[in-house]
Design a protein around this ligand. Structure first.
Ligand SMILES: CC(C)(COP(=O)(O)OP(=O)(O)OC[C@H]1O[C@@H](n2cnc3c(N)ncnc32)[C@H](O)[C@@H]1OP(=O)(O)O)[C@@H](O)C(=O)NCCC(=O)NCCS
Length: 170
């Protein structure tokens, strides 16, 4: 009942919020953004801490361990496939600062970005940063403290900053 009430309250502020069956969400710790795009969360997901913002599509049985910052904007989307695990402190945001010009300040240059896609059955390690525009293939593993700046193939194990493929799941 408490969970349904909380979901109803979030929907009042973000009408694009939908969530599947049996959610495990710590509403005292998770902040759902109300000013970005829609948020779609599948069945049996666990979200325990962090800031979740749209535009975001999460599959079934996804676990976001505390605390993560995940989600897009009205312009750029994050998609996370079913059965994926995201370890604490992951930063998965497809929008970043434009900074190249030096005749104006960074704050005057606004933002830019590109969609992020994380496949099914992935494991994103603790403190990982996933850069805008990256696609992480199905089954890939991203090591702790990695910064993923390029696409990662299916079932690859990638580590480091910038992340490099060191092998593949068997
Ligand atoms: C990526 C990972 C799964 C690889 O584990 P593994 O298959 O046992 O690999 P190994 O420990 O044998 O390491 C293989 C090589 O990669 C390096 N490596 C492993 N993880 C690394 C990382 N996160 N960053 C940089 N290098 C790493 C090792 O130093 C080793 O290098 P070497 O061959 O030159 O000696 C693991 O290291 C990891 O980062 N796990 C995430 C842990 C985590 O976030 N837990 C949170 C709980 S949800």
């Amino acid at each position: 009942m408490y969970v349904r009430c909380k979901i109803w309250l979030i929907r009042l502020r973000n009408p694009g919020f939908t969530i599947g069956c049996r959610p495990r969400i710590d509403f005292s710790r998770v902040r759902f953004s109300t000013w970005t795009g829609p948020i779609t969360i599948g069945d049996d997901c666990g979200i325990y801490d962090g800031q979740i913002q749209g535009t975001l599509i999460i599959g079934d049985r996804v676990n976001l361990i505390s605390p993560c910052r995940i989600g897009g904007s009205s312009l750029h989307k994050v998609t996370i496939g079913s059965d994926t695990w995201i370890a604490p402190n992951a930063y998965i945001v497809p929008t970043t600062h434009a900074y190249k010009r030096r005749d104006i300040t960074i704050s005057e240059q606004g933002t830019c970005g590109a969609d992020i896609v994380i496949g099914e059955d992935c494991w994103i390690g603790i403190n990982a940063v996933i850069s805008p525009g990256v696609t992480i293939g199905r089954g890939a593993v991203i090591g702790a403290n990695s910064v993923v700046t390029k696409d990662i193939p299916e079932y690859a194990i990638a580590v480091g900053a910038p992340a490099k493929v060191i092998g593949y799941r068997e």
